[in-house]
Design a binder for this molecule. Structure first.
Ligand SMILES: Nc1ncnc2c1ncn2[C@@H]1O[C@H](COP(=O)(O)OP(=O)(O)OP(=O)(O)O)[C@@H](O)[C@H]1O
Ligand SMILES: [Mg+2]
Length: 236
């Protein structure tokens, strides 16, 4: 599904250049659950933005489902995102003064799906993260941190994406809410075969994945199997 080769990313701020990614290569197969770990500033979000077709690498190639994404126009990239990718951003990016239901429906805006159907899909995605209908008409500033996080995840699921990219989705959650969120990802991965790439600082969270990629100073320093908790649980 994903094949990146020798990707670099250079940010320019005025005259200053900063190399956030320095030659990153890996492949991720359909249906894999991968965690990306690394210190703050190591390039994780930068990598996620490139994998999510939100940004392009300075050099290197990125094939998504056999297609060279670096050759696509902005419009074509937007099509790829709408059809294939669900995002949970580090800052969650919910629209203020907008209800839970509307925030969740957002990725379907230009999909050509009618309003009733968009609502149905939003309700399904909200149910999957444990959000109940008592909150559907709350505005984002009337929600707890954990609820904001769950709405952000619901929004990522609403277009039924084959690839889900989540940046610190359980960052500030209590254990119980964090478990609901991780359980949602696991279910999507195991039952529906969705590919999941999850950025996290917490080894405990990373252990829910099949594979962990460690990144430091814009380079991969380790890439291997996780001592998957769920595998252990399955055999228990
Ligand atoms: N738009 C930008 N312009 C300039 N520099 C940037 C930009 N975005 C990120 N950087 C720099 O690139 C480096 C990698 O940033 P990135 O956001 O990918 O880190 P991260 O691994 O996600 O960190 P964190 O764990 O704190 O979220 C950082 O040093 C950051 O300052
Ligand atoms: Mg980040």
């Amino acid at each position: 599904m994903i094949d990146v080769k020798n990707i670099t990313k250079i940010y320019k701020t005025g005259d200053i250049e900063f190399q956030a990614l320095r030659g990153v290569s890996f492949t991720i197969k359909d249906g894999e659950f991968v965690a990306i770990m690394g210190p703050s500033g190591s390039g994780k979000s930068t990598l996620m933005h490139i994998l999510g077709c939100l940004d392009t690498p300075t050099a290197g190639t990125y094939f998504l489902d056999g297609k060279d994404v670096s050759t696509l126009s902005d419009d074509e990239l937007a099509d790829v995102r709408r059809e294939k990718i669900g995002f949970v951003f580090q800052s969650f990016n919910l629209l203020p003064r907008t209800t839970v239901l509307r925030n969740t429906m957002l990725p379907l805006m230009y999909s050509g799906i009618d309003e009733e159907e968009r609502k149905k899909k939003a309700v399904k995605a909200l149910t999957a993260t444990g959000m109940t209908d008592s909150h559907y008409h709350h505005l984002s500033n009337q929600l707890s941190g954990g609820q904001i996080q769950r709405v952000a995840i619901s929004r990522a699921l609403v277009n039924d994406p084959s690839l889900i990219l989540a940046d610190e989705p359980t960052g500030n959650l209590d254990t119980k809410t964090g478990d609901i969120v991780l359980g949602t990802f696991q279910k999507l991965n195991e039952e529906l075969g969705r590919t999941i790439i999850l950025i996290t600082h917490e080894p405990d969270v990373a252990e829910h994945a099949d594979r962990i990629i460690y990144i430091r100073d814009g380079q991969i320093v380790e890439d291997g199997r996780a001592h998957s908790k769920r595998k252990a649980r399955h055999h228990a």
